[in-house]
Ligand binder design. Structure first.
Ligand SMILES: [Zn+2]
Length: 155
């Protein structure tokens, strides 16, 4: 075997070792962050529930959902959100003390309210009377359907 072949073999060996070792190293770091992934997954899920609660409220406000259905749908979503908060607590993502069910419901309600508040403070000016799109202060036309925004809504 000449020097050239040995060099090529050595180079190939290094490449193969690197190729095999890299996924192992990545897998190890994945294990370390698996809990964090689970936590951020739960948090994303909770955010989704909060968004769905808001959507349900908007649909109800627009008359798309009858009162009875709305109460049931919203209660179900709040219960789901509370269960997620409990799971997030268990993952160490929030206060370590286990919260009572009432506290979790209150926490969800507070989270929904806090999401609603910045929209109002940030100059939201109600909803399009044609399509229900949320309007920003200063909008003269609906961003979604282009309907003109009545002046009194912009106040
Ligand atoms: Zn519109």
């Amino acid at each position: 075997m000449d020097v050239g072949s040995i060099l090529i073999l050595t180079g190939l060996t290094v490449l193969i070792v690197a190729f095999i070792a890299r996924p192992l190293a990545e897998r190890r770091s994945r294990l370390v962050t698996a809990e964090e992934h689970a936590l951020s997954g739960l948090q994303a899920e909770r955010d989704k529930i909060l968004a769905m609660i808001r959507e349900t409220e908007m649909d109800h406000a627009m008359g798309k959902i009858p009162d009875g259905d709305f109460e049931a749908q919203r209660a179900a979503l709040v219960a789901q959100g509370a269960a997620l908060l409990r799971a997030i607590d268990a993952q160490g993502g929030a206060a370590p003390a286990p919260a009572a069910a009432d506290d979790l419901d209150a926490a969800i309600e507070a989270a929904v309210a806090s999401r609603r508040a910045p929209a109002v403070a940030g100059g939201a000016a109600g909803f399009c009377t044609t399509c229900g799109q949320a309007l920003q202060g200063g909008d003269r036309f609906c961003a979604r359907c282009g309907a003109p925004v009545p002046q009194e809504v912009q106040a």
